[in-house]
Write a protein that binds this ligand. Structure first.
Ligand code: SAM
Length: 322
């Protein structure tokens, strides 16, 4: 049986930004009363460590909009097998919460930041760039590191800022990750292939200016191919679900806020887990997870044999979590 090393946990589908490719107008929402409680999430994590779980990432929606996130982090950090706890956040309110989260056991943060130009940042997200920069500074000061800044590369929207992001990474002492935009969210999202900026172009552009990139490593860098830019001592990662899929051997599962386990971003296949988490004994939950692992193995095989198609991803990214 394969080892499940990584669980990405969405704790809410609410977000204080409105990135147009992630959370369109009138998007459906999950009632708060349907959310798993923090204790229920921790119960699942305690069982999943028996299947190899070591890394947990907390996401949303925006994870910092759900109250008392530090309580969940504390519960998870008390599980000895968990070696790495991170969050993916838009960073808007991070400066306020970073200290308490670190104290609770958070190891590091990934921060989404699609533009360094305030007006453009606002156009994409409806948010204030300065708040995010403040969040990055505070995280750096208190050592929530390595800090990874994620950029969804969109053709004609922000792909003229590649070199600015490298200089930004140098100045702020962070790593950066470029991500190809995926067709998630069905017809609610205006995705088309001609908006996707393939990352080999970006890598080429960086090499033209900074010289050869050297393969490197970064903690928790599962899906990303990471390189060092020696000239500026910056690490840059490329996440290429479209141009170079990385499904073989994938051991990542996602848990949605209402307690569904999502096997992969490329399909809408989900397994309702809330009832067994809520009402089941530890033994019953263990049997359930065993079945999920078998389904994950099958799902990997199907995706590889289908040529890595994104088959039918109607659930919006805002309620998956990235
Ligand atoms: N609110 C948090 C944040 O902004 O990081 C966590 C949730 S957000 C859905 C997680 C990540 O998914 C963000 O970096 C976002 O840019 C990315 N994302 C959303 N839609 C995407 C898509 N279609 N393709 C690739 N990444 C996407």
């Amino acid at each position: 049986m394969m080892k499940i090393s990584y669980l990405r946990i969405s704790i809410t589908d609410k977000c204080n930004l409105k990135c147009y490719y992630c959370r369109p107008d009138n998007s459906p929402f999950i009632y708060r009363s349907e959310y798993l409680t923090y204790e229920e999430i921790a119960k699942l994590v305690r069982v999943m460590v028996k299947f190899g779980l070591e890394k947990v990432r907390i996401t949303g929606g925006e994870p910092l909009v759900r109250p008392n996130l530090d309580e969940l982090i504390k519960l998870i950090s008390e599980i000895p097998q968990i070696k790495d706890i991170s969050i993916t956040t838009n960073g808007l309110t991070l400066s306020k919460y970073a200290e308490a989260l670190k104290k609770a056991g958070l190891n590091r943060v990934n921060i989404s930041l699609d533009s360094l130009i305030p007006e453009r940042f606002y156009q994409i997200t409806k948010g204030n760039l300065n708040d995010v920069l403040e969040g990055i500074k505070v995280s750096k000061e208190i050592g929530l590191e390595p800090i990874k800044v994620n950029i969804v590369a969109i053709k004609g929207v922000n792909d003229d800022e590649i070199l600015d992001f490298i200089e930004f990474a140098k100045e702020y002492g962070v790593e950066i990750r470029f991500i190809e935009m995926m067709p998630i969210g069905g017809e609610q999202i205006n995705w088309s292939l001609d908006k996707v900026r393939y990352l080999d172009n970006i890598k080429k552009k960086i090499e033209e200016v900074y010289g050869k990139l050297i393969p490197s490593f970064s903690i928790g860098s599962g899906a990303a191919k990471v390189f060092k830019i020696p000239k500026v001592n910056v690490k840059v990662g490329f996440i290429t679900p479209l141009s170079n899929p990385f499904c073989d051997g994938c051991s990542k599962l996602r848990l949605t806020a209402e307690g569904n386990i999502k096997l992969c971003l490329r399909t809408d296949e989900e397994i309702q887990a809330r009832d067994v988490i809520r009402k089941g004994s530890e033994k019953e939950l263990e049997e359930f997870v065993k079945k999920v692992v078998i389904l994950k193995e099958k799902s990997n095989q199907n995706i590889i044999s289908s040529g890595y198609q994104f088959s039918d991803c109607r659930r919006l990214m805002v309620s998956i979590g990235g």
